[in-house]
Design a protein around this ligand. Structure first.
Ligand code: F0G
Length: 456
């Protein structure tokens, strides 16, 4: 087979700024060892997130010029609404400025004290919005999904027996809805099978609990189903995506991922009462129902992006380029979550820096060294992001300590990725020199964004 190439030509470029190791040492200290506090101009290859970092196509930029900025009833809204409805089949399509705004609105309505929201794995903002409403968020990852070194096709799956046990324990009346996150971002970017979505829906239906998809990476998940799940090889990614949505009663979406835009999101659902309440809240918090916190031009770009993301040349390139990074790291002995996920490679910090215990944040130590060594920005997904404290103030670590190298869509070429591979291999070779960190300042929720650290 020939090399899978980037299925685009580059029409507009953005220079990246080179720094020296000495510069980066100083920058890292100024940022208190937190990559969120580093200026983007000081980053060479930015793998902090795949969210809002996509390169838009010429057609999306044309849509930006064509956007209708009418306050009410904008033509761009109707194009957006048609694109989302065509894909998801949902009755009510509510634009929001990003995914978490859709979450905030949804959980303000269905959440609250005494309510429980299960998910395969909640993303941090989803969990935070649920908890902020007074409800409780629960993760139901499969056992194989929790094991970074275990190779399986659908490690993002919902643990259905555990979910059902939970429903019986807390009572279906206290579960306003159940989420499935595709792909499972916090669980390593791993896909969820169609069989698992279908079966989850079957169980939920028995208890009259609606199923919602956290759909930000729906196209990547659809491509994994096409290439890995029996019976889907001859179906198009679009047909597969439609089938995924057909089992759900609604979805939250961050368009900053698989709609290939820099800003945007939506809440889409069938329930008339929730939709009515959501639109009322939208007007108070986001904007009128036909723009919801976005400009008309953003709605155009989302509509166009939803079409482009399902192009199979794009998806083949996308999944292959992430897989390429993963395979080269594995070949160099670097422990990662296997197999490679859809939007990111997750280094397994527990094995990478085995000499640093969870309460000294091994993932954060690796994040800092990747920046120092090569100007690469990544993010810790472990005890910094998800750690809690017990009554005595002792850290309760999450099951995994990971470092995410998220790949922006259509932004970096193969030689950028080859450079990343060289830097990770270099840091891995010197891993015994890595030092743990302690937190010197932190916020009560979502602390990873602003926490300050010091070297131990
Ligand atoms: N759900 C998932 C699974 C996500 O990955 C994100 C964002 C959101 C919801 C919230 O969407 O950012 O538009 O408000 N994930 C980004 C990331 C930030 O880096 O993984 P948002």
């Amino acid at each position: 087979m020939k090399t899978i190439i980037e299925p685009f030509k580059i029409k507009s470029v953005e220079p990246i700024r080179f720094t020296t190791p000495e510069d980066r040492e100083a920058i890292l200290r100024t940022a208190c060892f937190n990559p969120f506090l580093i200026h983007a101009d000081d980053v060479l290859i930015d793998l902090l997130t795949d969210s809002g970092t996509s390169a838009m196509s010429a057609k999306q930029w044309a849509g930006i010029m064509d956007g209708d900025e009418a306050y009410a009833g904008s033509r761009s809204f109707f194009r957006f609404e048609a694109a989302v409805r065509n894909l998801t089949g949902f009755k009510h399509i509510i634009p929001t400025h990003q995914g978490r705004a859709a979450e905030k609105i949804l959980f303000t309505i269905v959440g609250g004290k005494g309510k429980y929201i299960p998910n395969n794995t909640h993303f941090d903002t989803t969990r935070a919005n649920i908890e902020f409403s007074g409800a409780e968020a629960f993760d139901f990852q499969t056992e194989e999904g929790k094991r970074p070194d275990f190779i399986a096709d659908f490690k993002g799956n919902m643990n259905i027996p555990a979910l059902e046990e939970f429903i019986k324990k807390v009572g279906p009346a206290n579960i306003p809805l159940c989420l499935i996150t595709v792909t499972n971002n916090s669980g390593g970017g791993q896909p969820v099978s169609m069989a698992n979505i279908r079966e989850t829906k079957r169980v939920l239906e028995h208890y009259a609990i609606p199923l919602f998809l956290d759909a930000c990476r729906f196209a990547e998940n659809a491509y994994f189903i096409k290439t890995r799940e029996p019976g889907y090889a001859t179906k198009s990614a679009e047909e597969i995506a439609r089938e995924m949505f057909s089992y759900a009663d609604g979805c939250t979406m961050s368009a900053k991922k698989d709609a290939l835009v820099n800003m945007g999101g939506f809440l889409a659902l069938n329930d008339d009462t929730i939709a009515l309440n959501a639109r009322n809240l939208l007007i108070v918090t986001e904007g009128f129902t036909t723009y919801g916190g976005l400009a008309g031009r953003d709605l155009e770009a989302i509509a166009q992006g939803l079409e482009e993301v399902l192009d199979e040349h794009y998806l083949t390139y996308r999944i292959r380029s992430v897989g390429y990074l993963g395979e080269k790291l594995v070949a160099g002995g670097v422990p990662i979550v296997e197999p490679p996920g859809g939007h990111a490679i997750y280094l397994d910090a527990k094995r990478f820096a085995a000499h640093i215990p969870p309460h000294q944040y091994p993932g954060q130590a690796i994040v800092c060294e990747l920046y120092r060594a090569g100007g690469i920005r990544s993010v810790e997904i472990g005890s910094v992001m998800f750690g809690k404290y017990d009554a005595d103030g002792k850290l309760i670590p999450p099951p995994m300590e990971l470092v995410r190298l998220a790949i922006p869509r259509r932004v970096y070429t193969q030689s950028h990725i080859d450079y990343v591979i060289e830097v990770v291999l270099d840091v891995f070779a010197r891993r015994m020199d890595l030092r743990g960190l302690k937190i010197t300042e932190e916020a009560p929720i979502l602390r990873h964004f602003t926490a300050k650290f010091a070297l131990i």
